[in-house]
Design a protein around this ligand. Structure first.
Ligand code: NI
Length: 167
């Protein structure tokens, strides 16, 4: 299984809205397998297809302690949400940066599996946070877009510093 390259912020593809999947074929299965492998290789708990340059509504997550329970969500949609809390987040597309983001604590998500079968998940805790983060990716939204204005300015400063270090 080839692993795919993760796009790094500010790659413009990360800001685009992904399209719904309508073919549940071998190309989709390959994408899912590659994404899971890529997520594990990067020690992430979630990865969305646009992060590997594929603008389709596909995400994989694994919030299990051992990292041995990958879950696939195709065309995921949040159908209800409640509660609110802030927790620290990072993103494989913004390596090295973490900050507090306010999210719903409890959500219900509908999605399809790799065969196209619909399912529903009630998520709390880390899974709820992770799914909201990944579904945001499918809409071209990054966790840094959800920071307060002041914190976004701190992020921009951090970003400038990174590019100075690299150049
Ligand atoms: Ni992310």
């Amino acid at each position: 299984m080839p692993k795919r390259e993760i796009l790094i912020y500010p790659d413009p593809r990360l800001k685009q809205r992904s399209l719904a999947v309508d073919k549940f074929d071998s190309a989709l299965h390959q994408l899912l397998d590659d994404m899971t492998e890529t997520m594990y290789a990067a020690n992430g708990v979630g990865l969305a297809a646009p992060q590997v340059g594929v603008l389709e509504r596909v995400t994989v997550v694994d919030v299990s302690e051992k990292g041995d329970q990958p879950r696939e969500f195709i065309n995921p949609k949040i159908v209800s949400a409640s509660g609110s809390d802030s927790g620290e987040e990072g993103c494989l597309s913004i390596p090295g940066y973490r900050d507090l983001v306010r999210r719903n604590t409890s959500i219900v998500v509908t999605a399809q599996d790799r065969t196209g079968k619909e399912f529903e998940v009630a998520a709390e805790g880390l899974l709820a946070i992770c799914l909201q983060h990944e579904i945001d990716h499918l809409d071209g939204v990054l966790f840094v877009d959800r920071l307060s204005r002041l914190k976004r300015e701190l992020f921009r400063r951090w970003l400038r510093k990174q590019s100075e270090i690299e150049s």
